[in-house]
Design a protein around this ligand. Sequence first.
Ligand code: NAP
Length: 497
Amino acid sequence: MSVNTSREVTSKSDATTMLKIRSFINGEFVEPSNGQWLDNYDPAVGEVFSQVADSPREDVDRAVAAASLASREWSRLAIEGRSNWLNKIADGIQERSAELAAAECRDSGKPLKLARDFEIPRAAQNFRFFASLIAGSSTSAHDSPIALNITLAQPWGVGGTISPWNLPLYLFTWKVAPALAAGNCVVAKPSEVTPYTASLLGEICQSVGLPPGVLNIVQGSGGTTGQALVEHPGIRAVSFTGGTATGAKIAAATAPLFKKVSLELGGKNPNIIFADCDFEKMLATTFRSSFQNQGQICLCGSRILVERSIYERFRDAFVSLTERARVGDPLDESSDLGAVVSRPHQQKILAAIERAKQEGGRVLTGGTAVNVPGRCANGWFVAPTIIENLAQSCSTNQQEIFGPVVTLQPFDNEPEALSLANDVPYGLSATVWTSDVNRALRVAEQVQTGVVWVNGWLVRDLRTPFGGMKESGVGREGGLDSLEFWTQKKNICLCRN
Ligand code: NAP
């Protein structure tokens, strides 16, 4: 059955209604062919507010077939044409930005102001950025007396994307936009935990008239829908963002099929603070880099390493600042932190804090769930938590928690700071705070992460390569790296007589 909107509102009773979030395949919103639905929660109130399709393999097959057919035209469209479509989608996101921000907030529990002021604008920017980048792209040629070589960058045909729940539309569009720009049609799977804004993006594609099959959105669980997408022989390139354990499964599933794969995975990022830094700027930014989006950003600096001469000053100021932060209703403009994404995730974070205590950690502030009165009384909130006195080797300092939990560790000198920073399996990002430019460069060059910020955090230029080292991933996204991922090179050698 097909309908022309993503959401059917079904009366459950006289008093309540239930949204149904469907897959978007070949330009239409469709029911899951197996009739299976998953509950989708509003984490701020702890209640189911919608149901999302749990699409079986057959639905992924249909999406791939639609994308494959559409790619014949899409891949041959002039670059200007694709660029125009991307800009139309960006316009559609901007027009519906208030609705998208509200949906993101409801689906994930994040503060409305964060979705409205940062994440939804960035989703529109992702399309605009790749619309303009592709318009300026070129092919290369190598001339010689015996031949002229022309190198083409050709799209794969159908690309697959899988994205996580922490920055739902922001990361979904970060993958889809360059894939489309490069001439691929896409089958995209958002997280089953936060399916809502991807579905609204399907409505936007429909309303701007994007040709059917160019973007297909298959809703469903990772183990069923995601796995079917990854294993599908019609998808030659897969871009994945999510946890390291899932990344390992995807690498194992795709390797025998010789697919091109990009893996953006977890992190345990060091925030290295030297005594000569701009203390006030560092303190304010460190609060953000610790607790923005309830610490559920892969780039959050969850290990704060502080030069011993300012350790106590920093610790006291940071604890005091954190204790003034407001955990509350995500709709309330004064809330600094909203809910964490689900009850299982809340339980996982609280269990990690208990483990930290068993490992000898001293909880300086936080450490518990927060009861937010009123409409959010049954929501899933966690207090921003700071822990000290933990050994480098303990699991709290080695494993990603992905919540509002940070640890403090003092260091005596630069080599020790680097040794602590690098002694983890991950290598996504690092932050360095110092006013000594030579030291900043030395440390930045030696820290084993794909991204290093000096005297700032989460400052992004979309032209730059983004990705992790070690168990934080394989490949880079952003700018020309994204276009390169979504194309394969072909060299045509024209021999001279
Ligand atoms: P996750 O559990 O690995 O899930 C990520 C995505 O993969 C979801 O869409 C999930 O679907 C799907 N999935 C799960 N199992 C699958 C399988 N066997 N085959 C195919 N797809 C599968 O990660 P998450 O909990 O959503 O996100 C948090 C993690 O993402 C953290 O580790 C964080 O650091 C990382 N992250 C990394 C970056 C980066 O750029 N490096 C950015 C953001 C987040 P369901 O949700 O429906 O199960």
